[in-house]
Write a protein that binds this ligand. Sequence first.
Ligand code: F6R
Ligand code: MG
Ligand code: MG
Length: 364
Amino acid sequence: MKTTVSVIKADIGSVSGHCVAHPELIDICDEVLNEALEAGIIKDYYISRCGDDIDLIMTHDKGEENEEVHKTAYTAFMKATERARELKLYGAGQDLLTDTFSGNIKGMGPGVAEIEFEERPSDPVLVFCCDKTEPGAFNLPVFRIFADPFNTAGLVIDPKLHDGFKFEVFDVIEHKKVILNCPEEMYDLLALIGSTGRYVIKRVWKKNGEIAAAVSTERLNLMAGEYVGKDDPVCIVRAQSGFPANGECVDPFAFPHIVSGWMRGSHNGPMMPVSEAEANPIRFDGPPRVVGLGFQVSNGELIGPVDLFDDPAFDPTREQAAKIATYLRRHGPFEPHRLPAEEMEYTSLPGVMKKLESRFEDMD
Ligand code: F6R
Ligand code: MG
Ligand code: MG
């Protein structure tokens, strides 16, 4: 029987401002997921948090896009939203775009990443959860995990990885998708995914079709063409024996690459890998964070997790990220710290242009 790992996440209210999801909301999600466990809808679950986002990590045997599983997540977020409203938490219910469930949580606001697979004799699965950034933030690390031989030694020296991987890329503006093979089409892949606001890696497979990774892209995908803000993403990665090793999966995060998001979803900043306890983005509402959780999936059960970035080996990355944050902040309202006008979540530009319209003159 195949096992499915479903990670469904939403920001449904936080304390203080957009900083941290309140523990009571997590307790309510826990009650709802526990009921689903007892009812046999899911086999196991773990709830994590990154900043103001709650991440529901669930296992089951019902496949991707299962109505009961999605409804469980939706019910958890709805019930927690009620409490968020009572507590007058900040942004209560902010990621629930609709209050009636219609079969699939996709398009309702929460982000979804799911993989279905036949369990190997031992199956390590890693889950990465971000806050204050967008799905394209995973392009660089996921590329490096599955296609960069300078990151993943196994691509060169492990015969089980030597064939490479297939990447599914979404064009979130034109609402189209394409599959590219690596290493054969590596330069074409990079030509696309370097544009992180438009081309987003959605899935990775081995050449034999086995799923290797999935990223949440939902709201951007659904609202293609109309800008609706950043969607703090999650990513699931399978590791070891025929997939990149755990260490190869986390090493790209040792480089605090620059991602879009941060304050008002309108700034570039460094991605800081942190432990669950340190996922509290507050400096200029950031800098953007990523938490990593390492599980063994065993007959549908989640063994673990190991808090992957709770490791002094990532201290220099965090220090470097903090220094980059200081450097970028000194640009204040200037690009490239501030995003280009068309990618900003908040902008006063149309209003300013309207006010100044009559004062603009032709240049000589
Ligand atoms: C970024 C984010 C925050 C808010 C900022 C302003 O994703 O959530 O940086 O954009 O705190 O929030 P409001 O407009 O709610 O005061
Ligand atoms: Mg929020
Ligand atoms: Mg968030």
